[in-house]
Structure formats: C-alpha cells, structure tokens
Design a binder for this molecule. Structure first.
Ligand SMILES: [Mn+2]
Length: 318
C-alpha cells in the first residue's frame, strides 16, 4: 500500500513529524506500506491545489494546514492558523477524532503526533524519543541556552540548519526515510548530509562574525545592521550569545524583496520583558508575537527601515 505524506517543507518539525508518522504507520497500521513524500510551503491564498493529491490510496499531512479533500486520510497539525476558510474548519470538526487531529497549544507537531498515536493506536514512541524531543525544543524555541542555539553542536541543530537552507527537493525526503529508522548522530554523518551542510555552516559562522563586529549595546537593546549583506534570514540568537545581558534585539537587514527590521526579546530573560513587541511592530505596519516581531519595508526604503529601528530601540529602552 502506497502512502503519500505531505509535510511542512524546510522545517525540522515537519520532517520529524513525517518520520514519526511513517514509523507509526508501518508498525501499527500496515507493515508493507511504502511511502512517498512531498514538502508544502505556505503561500498567500490557498496552499492546497487538487493536483497535489495522487492516486495513492492513503494521503497524510503533518505540520501543515488542513485540506478538506476526502482524499486526506490522516492529518496532524498544531498551527493556530490551520484553516484557510471557516468551511474547512467545519469539515475538520465533522471528521475530528477519527484520523484528523489538531492541537494549537502543542509546541511541536511531532510530539503531538507521537502522543496521539501512542494513546489511540498503541504506538511505542520510545525509539523516536530523541527526534521527538529535539522537534519540541526547536519548534518551541525551548533551547536551554544561547550556546545550544548558536554553536549547533547537536546533530539535530545541524539538520535543522540544513533543512531550512536546502533547495534540493530530494534531500528532505531522504532525511525522513533515514530518521524513521536511524539515530540523528548516525544520519548527520552521511556524505549526502555532510557535503551540503559544509557551505551552510560556513555561512552561519561568517554571519556570526559579522554580527560580532557590528553589534552594539544601546541601553537594554542589542542592535546591528546587515543591510549590505542582501540576506533575509539569520540566527535569531546571535545577539544573546554575544551579549547575554541584552533584553532585546533590533536588527536591520535587506533581501531581494524587502528591507526588514527584526525585533526580538531574550528568550532566557523573558521575566524582564516589559514591552509587547507585536504592538510596537504593528504601529509601523508590521506584526508578530509579544516576544518577537518584524516590520517589512519595500527594498528601496532602507532609510525608513533604519529610522524605524532607531525609534524602536528608544521605545524598548523607555
Ligand atoms: Mn511545527
């Protein structure tokens, strides 16, 4: 029996949930099952199109928003925004408790899935404990310290970095297959992982050194500007690694499509946070969560982004 598994692409939780689902399915539902995998990414409007479904008798989807299609047999998700339309949520509620499961309070889809299939289908999650534990730490940003989040010593952290950076559509399905059976430390030593990981890790260290050279403390805020780098993303924890006393970070960057002010708060000092970052970002047309947010500007309005960053630093210090 062929099982087609959709998973949240370029996401450690997405690939871990797909591996955990596959092992569960083979052990508790159908020992002869064969699996094909397809990563999905969020887009404005609908992320689902009917042609995504195949002629496989079973389709599963993990860590990604709901499809009301009758072809979707299994679904596990923990995103708050899991439903594209109210009608979809109604379909979910009419089928929930069968093979469709959602818990927006879960920190990771992987741990949620492991718990559900243990309770309802008698799955033994112990062989997957390492993968499940890391998915919870990574998706829930529950890192014990900045060193774990920045130095990437753990195999799971290296795989996270690679999964988020890769453009090779074959790589993550291969990781999923391997992680269904093998340990993280075993898989991270495979040549097909080591080779693409090398340049991605080099980029990571180069960016850390750039941040080290440029970051300054302004009151309680660590601030730096990477706008000349033409990059949209960087590790959110660099500033707390370099300046453990920082309560907040305000960083300016510029990618091809936008100039961006990233605003964050130190996850290891949340008790001292006295500002709602979402509210501050919203006043500039951005958004986020109480602890982290961002404001985007058109790429040619870098000066406005820098001005907003200066003002946000002042507000965070007030
Ligand atoms: Mn997730």
């Amino acid at each position: 029996m062929r099982v087609h598994v959709f998973f949240h692409d370029r996401c450690f939780d997405g690939l871990s949930a797909a591996a955990t689902f596959s092992r569960f399915f083979r052990e508790r539902i159908e020992p002869d099952a064969t699996f094909t995998y397809r990563g999905l990414t969020h887009r404005a409007g609908s992320s689902w199109s009917p042609d995504l479904f195949t002629d496989a008798p079973v389709h599963a989807c993990v860590d990604f928003r709901y499809s009301p299609s009758e072809k979707l047999t299994w679904w596990f998700d923990h995103h708050q925004s899991a439903f594209e339309r109210p009608e979809d949520e109604a379909v979910f509620h009419s089928r929930a408790g069968q093979k469709h499961f959602w818990d927006p309070s879960a920190k990771s889809c992987t741990k949620f899935l492991a718990r559900v299939v243990e309770e309802k289908f008698g799955f033994d999650p112990r062989p997957m404990a390492e993968l499940v534990g890391w998915a919870e730490v990574i998706d829930g940003a529950l890192f014990p310290d900045a060193k774990t989040a920045v130095e990437l010593a753990a195999p799971a952290m290296k795989l996270m970095l690679l999964a988020e950076a890769t453009t090779d559509t074959e790589l993550i399905p291969r990781l999923i297959r391997d992680l269904t059976e093998r340990s993280l430390s075993d898989v991270v030593d495979e040549p097909y992982v080591l080779e693409p990981l090398r340049p991605v890790l080099e980029e990571h260290w180069k960016t850390l050194e750039k941040v080290r050279a440029r970051a300054r403390m302004d009151g309680k805020v660590c601030t730096f500007d990477l706008a000349d780098e033409e990059r949209d993303g960087f590790n959110k924890f660099f500033s707390y690694y370099l300046f453990p006393e920082a309560l907040f970070t305000v960083a300016v960057s510029r990618g091809a499509k936008r100039a961006k002010v990233s605003v964050g708060s130190n996850p290891w000092r949340q008790g001292e946070r006295r500002h709602n970052i979402a509210a501050i970002c919203e006043s500039y047309g951005g958004g986020g969560h109480p602890a982290v947010g961002a404001v985007s500007f058109p790429p040619d309005r870098l000066d406005d982004a820098r001005q907003a960053a200066r003002e946000i630093v002042e507000r965070l210090n007030s």
